[in-house]
Design a protein around this ligand. Structure first.
Ligand code: NAG
Ligand code: NAG
Ligand code: NAG
Length: 372
């Protein structure tokens, strides 16, 4: 019954909005001068109503399913009214999904029906159902309102779902054709395929080369006429598996909690160093470790988790599922117009009665750009 309703709704979405997202350019909001991004990590969507919740309190087990994950996204979208939604992998939990397409359609449905542009990257579990990693990403890019891409045109890179998005200035302003904030999305892989290296995948040299070229191209465009700007526009990066550098912190120098080890690859492929050298990325946001939700700063880059979101994902009973919000704000310019990015802030929202906001912090601001 519920599945039937879902299918009908789905067809309605497809027919109503498919073309609307094509060519949509992300821009700062003309009223607030902000861009607000909601990050949803590790939905672990299965078959919907029949897929049970994991790690909830005994009294919460009955009637708890993937539909609670759906309800949480819906409530968050209403409460935060984000300008953009990013899904950072393990969007579906392939082992418990009978049909990857159906699971993805259901998992992304709240974003699609909100008409808010959204993007996704892959985790290590997305390909464990009926589709390969390539197949999963190829399906994602066909969904309504998504700004996701399979891979950059004209570059050969490892993985699926490596792309960047520019966030332009307010429409009608002198910065309307400049990217004032750059978003990078990378496929951090699933598992090592090198026999002598155990464990998770990593961001490969080909992907880092693409990132370097993209970052320097964006820096040149930012500095070019008209309205040339100094330095790079700030950037942020989204991917699934945390980098080994996430292990550089403890409770004295991060905001949030660390309740499990850092499950990065067992080798360091150098992406953190590549980002530091490029100089534009101010923060990286991952998922993967559901019980960690901290942000810590190393060499001028904040390394942040979102914390586990999905109910069919391991978690900790009594510790709320959560999501991360990031807001980039423009500086006020002359005559009520907007300038370039002044600050990047973040907080988390818990799936409790009041969607409690916790751990608000400023990640970067133009004036206190001290570490570089
Ligand atoms: C799951 O959703 C059901 C139905 O809305 C609700 O009664 C229940 O409290 C939810 N469980 C959790 C753990 O949020
Ligand atoms: C931005 O680009 C459009 C399309 O090329 C052009 O019409 C517009 O004048 C440009 N705006 C500015 C401020 O340069
Ligand atoms: C965080 O603090 C610990 C000591 O409590 C220290 O070993 C570590 O280097 C610090 N990390 C950073 C990134 O400052």
């Amino acid at each position: 019954m519920a599945k039937m309703a879902m299918v009908v709704m789905w067809i309605a979405f497809l027919s109503c909005c498919g073309a609307a997202a094509l060519g949509r350019q992300l821009r700062f909001n003309p009223k607030s001068g902000e861009l607000k991004i909601l990050q949803v990590a590790d939905m672990h969507y299965g078959d919907g109503k029949t897929t049970p919740c994991e790690d909830v309190l005994p009294r919460q087990i009955r009637g708890c399913s993937d539909l609670n994950t759906t309800a949480f996204i819906r409530r968050l979208i209403l409460a935060e009214k984000p300008d953009f939604i990013v899904f950072t992998g393990d969007n579906i939990f392939g082992f418990d999904s009978t049909d990857a397409v159906k699971s993805m359609n259901a998992a992304f449905a709240p974003a699609i029906s909100s008409h808010i542009p959204w993007a996704a990257v892959l985790g290590n579990h997305d390909q464990e159902s009926t589709l390969s990693r390539e197949g999963v990403m190829k399906h994602i890019v066909t969904l309504p309102n998504t700004l996701s891409h399979l891979n950059p045109a004209g570059a050969v890179v490892d993985g699926f779902g490596n792309y960047n998005l520019e966030v332009h200035g307010v429409e009608g302003s002198r910065l309307e054709n400049k990217s004032l904030l750059n978003l990078y999305f990378l496929d951090s892989g699933d598992y090592s395929t090198v026999p002598s290296i155990p464990g998770y995948g990593w961001i490969k040299p080909s992907q880092q080369l693409w990132f370097q070229h993209t970052s320097s191209r964006l820096r040149r465009a930012y500095a070019a006429k008209p309205v040339p700007q100094k330095g790079p526009a700030p950037g942020i990066a989204y991917f699934h598996i945390p980098l080994p550098e996430y292990a550089s912190f403890d409770a004295t120098n991060f905001t949030g909690v660390k309740q499990e080890g850092i499950s990065s690859a067992t080798v360091n492929s150098g992406f953190f160093t590549t980002m530091v050298a490029a100089g534009d990325v101010k923060a990286a946001f991952t998922g993967h470790d559901h019980l960690n939700d901290f942000c810590g700063e190393l060499s001028g880059i904040h390394l942040c988790y979102a914390g586990g979101f999905g109910y069919h994902a391991y978690g900790k009973a009594g510790w709320s599922r959560r999501a991360r919000v990031v807001v980039a704000s423009l500086e006020r310019a002359e005559k009520g117009s907007w300038g370039t990015v002044k600050s990047i802030k973040t907080w988390k929202r818990l799936d409790d009665k009041r969607l409690t906001t916790i751990d608000s912090q400023v990640l970067w601001s133009k004036t206190s750009n001290r570490k570089h």
